[in-house]
Design a binder for this molecule. Sequence first.
Ligand code: ADP
Ligand code: MG
Length: 698
Amino acid sequence: MVRHILDTPVEYLKGIGPSRAEMLRKEIEIRTFGDLLHYYPFRYVDRSKFYTVREIDSDAAWVQLKGRITAMQTAGSGKVSRLVMTFRDSSGETELVFFQGLKWIREKVQVGREYIVFGKPNLFQGKYNFTHPDIEPADEEIQVQQEPLQPYYSSSEKLKSRGFTPRNFVRIMRTLLSQVVQAIPETLSPQVMRQAKLISRAEALFNIHFPKDPLSLAKAQERIKFDELFFIQLQLLRLKYIRMEKVKSRSFVKIGEFFNAFYHNNLPFELTSAQKKVIREIRADLGSGKQMNRLLQGDVGSGKTLVALMSMLIALDNDCQACLMAPTEILAAQHYKTISRMLQGLPAEVALLTGSTRKAHRAELHARLQDGRLQILIGTHALIQEQVQFKNLGLVVIDEQHRFGVAQRARLWEKSAIPPHVLVMTATPIPRTLAMTLYGDLDVSVIDELPPGRKPVKTYHFYEKDRLKVFRFMKDQISQGRQVYVVYPIINESDKLELQDLMDGMDTVSRYFPLPEYQISIVHGQLKAAEKESEMKRFLEKKTQIMVATTVIEVGVDVPNASVMVIENAERFGLSQLHQLRGRVGRGADQSHCILMSSYKLTTDGRKRLETMVRTTDGFEIAEADLHLRGPGDLQGTQQSGLVGLKLASLVKDEKLLRLARELAYRTLDEDPRLESPENQPMVKHLQSSEFDWGKIS
Ligand code: ADP
Ligand code: MG
């Protein structure tokens, strides 16, 4: 049974039918009237204006030409064949090139006939040409469209061959809108519409396809973007409200011996005011009786470990156990060492559990966990993969969250009858807009200050010709007792060719830094865990001066004596990775240096990334730059996040609108937490409808 006219299968729209409907489904995933309604024009064009070939002076704009095809040739053969047409108007000649759908294009186009060509010129070998422009016989141009803003829908050659030319799309959309516009439901409450000064949804959806003028188009876009952002926020915040209401957790009201003794006797330094602020926020959460779900953001080196430790001590003070989960064995072992050292003299039992923990020892750990003697467990994902049972798990800390999936996080909850509090720590700064969307249901704390005395890492960009200079600099630093990282970009740790880069690099470095004076560690993904560990250990213990490695060392490793980070082929790394890598140095009091080596051939984006790194060490600024360079689609975590569901809204350009949407979602839920009032029913209905595909978001 069809629930709503928008759920009608698209084959029932006049002029489509079953086989063309199948084509729409396959090519652009359009199944229903509603899907088609949300297939927005990707641009608006003035089809009343014609350019001449001579007038084309930039590849930025789309142009419409009128002229004759004077020649048509197929070049190449098989898969690589292409069709090249010569197009001529009164001013000159240009080429139209096609790679796909050659058969139907050849059938459709006749040499000598007059055509209207519409497309985006590209500059190729000093001349403009067009790849896959729209091409339609000029004499079929019956009703010349006068509107300056004609919608233009993207279409593939396959679709075009079945009648879905851009012009036909316009016809289909007119038919669709005439049938459905009356039935488009309003999705927002009158208050929200008033507060955000929005037009109705029906009007917006009509005008996004057929705007009268630029203003009505802008208003339509604003309304549609708002909806996209608002409903994600409303859903995230609603989950948060439900969780706060339903998920009770232990209330850690006591601040006792563990915390106080640590604070007064063991704290190795004064807390920064940012650390104090964050600990206060966490304390308030832990004592509230509701489950804490907090994201702790703090740049590399900002001192998150200490915050984690002090939070765990609060759990201990309230007779609960705590665990800390790290993404790698190296990191887990390092946390274990740091934390054991910091807890010296306190009666807290701490243990390490990783994949390489021996069986016998493991059995003993399990027993001590179950009877509650073991209070703090530190480890890798082994913590969740095994039959680990806690007696009374009260707090889970997850370090460097981006390596852990949401599902893994959820499994941790099952380790305890009462859900533990959760603190997620990340050193990858997340741009504000992205954080609001990705972690919209988590509370966020930020450590926005580094411990005193840190000198910002100096960063330089060098080319291969500077190699000797770089080596001399390394030698100089080593002679002062410092240590050096040399990192290679290896995307796929099992790729032999990529590994070869690292090995060649290792050869070069060993020649310049010969034994026995110089010792070199090497760490990459193909080594066994034990080998990695021992290489890392040699570096940590200063037995080696140079660490040649892949990005396996990217996360969290803390060797304060290391003061130089050389990144080879730096242009191949993303900004957040570069920032992480650079964060491995600059952890001691000495001036540290980061050297970005690149080839001479750089893409515009590659150059911008390196320039950004040289210019700033501020993780948030780098994250913002990353978002602008790459767009949110490629950033970590966005694939599962529902951002793929954003059609018009952009996290880069629509920050203001996102803030407004979040603000109004908050206000709505504050006044009506369960969304029960009659005015809010349209929103509830929309959240439940097939149009709002929450599946993509959660
Ligand atoms: P991250 O936030 O990257 O995990 P860490 O917790 O590893 O940072 O801390 C980085 C370094 O800073 C460690 O050596 C730690 O001992 C030191 N540190 C942390 N807090 C302070 C502080 N308040 N004052 C001085 N040094 C600190
Ligand atoms: Mg850390």
